[in-house]
Design a protein around this ligand. Structure first.
Ligand code: IPE
Ligand code: IPE
Ligand code: MG
Ligand code: MG
Ligand code: MG
Length: 295
């Protein structure tokens, strides 16, 4: 399946799940609207696509893995809504549109983020095919929950906020990127692999691959924050400097940040070939990122 086909399929299914679960929500319909708003805006859907592509590469059905993929986009939307709040990065724009709190207010945006976390977990459990063993389901839901919380995205976001206006060491910077962004990519790749029942040895390699991807993706995001325009980004350009964030660009400079980005891509090509995996979709993803970093 092609990248754009994956993307359309994910969008259709997200819409379908929101429709199904938000029915008859009477007094809470506003929070459902807020949850659906950010989730359904046009994102790249990388986490969902990577989960599906890994599942497919190891022999699983894309259709059956779809709820997992959608749960990742739902968790991603929570992280974006909270990340944009005035008390966090204070960003008025997301995915080319007003941020969630600009439309629904801070209170509902905060609650929508909370509710998205549990919605994603429920979706995984409700839609898991019967042929998947309860142990695998438990393992996948556990990964999802750890990723959302204080050993995952929250850990990274906390460290990110604490590092504002400071000089931090490289280990701390790496920690921020590994958790605020890497945790979800790792969750995506490992959930796809576990759904396809891959063995431990392969999982270990994929975990390393995912850790590298998480870092290189956030390095990419740090780079484009200061090289692309608000229009191109769909979120406020130059925000990291404005908020005095510690990023790979602020610590290493633009050129070295690009070198680190490319060297992590090389490492990951090595890991995929050692697994004998060839994926056009993964190639597309890297090319998409490189294209933007080059500009
Ligand atoms: C933005 O992620 C948040 C980061 C972790 C840097 P994406 O760049 O994947 O955002 P969307 O989903 O395409 O909007
Ligand atoms: C991304 O960090 C981390 C999460 C959204 C969890 P950023 O703060 O750099 O993301 P953008 O640039 O606002 O998308
Ligand atoms: Mg942030
Ligand atoms: Mg931000
Ligand atoms: Mg950023």
């Amino acid at each position: 399946m092609k990248f754009s086909e994956y993307k359309d399929l994910i969008q259709d299914n997200l819409k379908k799940y929101f429709h199904e679960y938000s029915k008859n929500s009477s007094y809470s319909s506003q929070v459902w609207d807020s949850m659906a708003y950010t989730t359904l805006l046009d994102g790249k859907r990388l986490r969902a696509i990577m989960c599906l592509e890994i599942a497919r590469l190891f022999g699983a059905s894309i259709d059956d893995a779809m709820p997992l993929a959608c749960s990742l986009e739902i968790m991603h939307a929570y992280s974006l809504i909270h990340d944009d709040l005035p008390s966090m990065d204070n960003d008025d724009m997301r995915r080319g549109k007003p941020s969630n709190h600009k439309v629904y207010g801070e209170a509902i945006a905060t609650l929508a983020g909370d509710a998205l976390i549990s919605f994603g977990a429920q979706l995984i459990i409700d839609k898991m095919p019967k042929y998947i063993s309860p142990n695998v389901t438990l393992d996948i839901v556990r990964d999802y929950l750890i990723c959302a919380g204080a050993k995952g995205i929250v850990a990274g976001q906390c460290a990110d906020i604490n590092a504002e206006n400071k000089k931090i060491d490289i280990e701390n910077l790496k920690y921020i990127h590994k958790y605020k962004t890497g945790a979800l990519f790792k969750c995506a790749i490992l959930m796809g692999a576990k759904f396809a029942n891959v063995d431990k040895e392969i999982l270990t390699k994929l975990a390393l691959y995912a850790d590298n991807f998480g870092i290189l993706f956030q390095v990419y995001d740090d780079i484009i924050d200061c090289t692309l325009t608000t229009d191109e980004l769909g979120k406020t350009a130059g925000k990291d400097k404005l908020e005095n964030k510690m990023t790979y660009v602020s610590v290493y400079g633009l050129e070295e940040a690009k070198n680190i980005f490319y060297s992590l891509i090389d490492k990951n090509h090595g890991i995929l070939s050692s697994l004998n995996i060839k994926s056009e979709v993964f190639d597309n993803i890297y090319n998409m990122l490189i294209e933007k970093v080059k500009r």
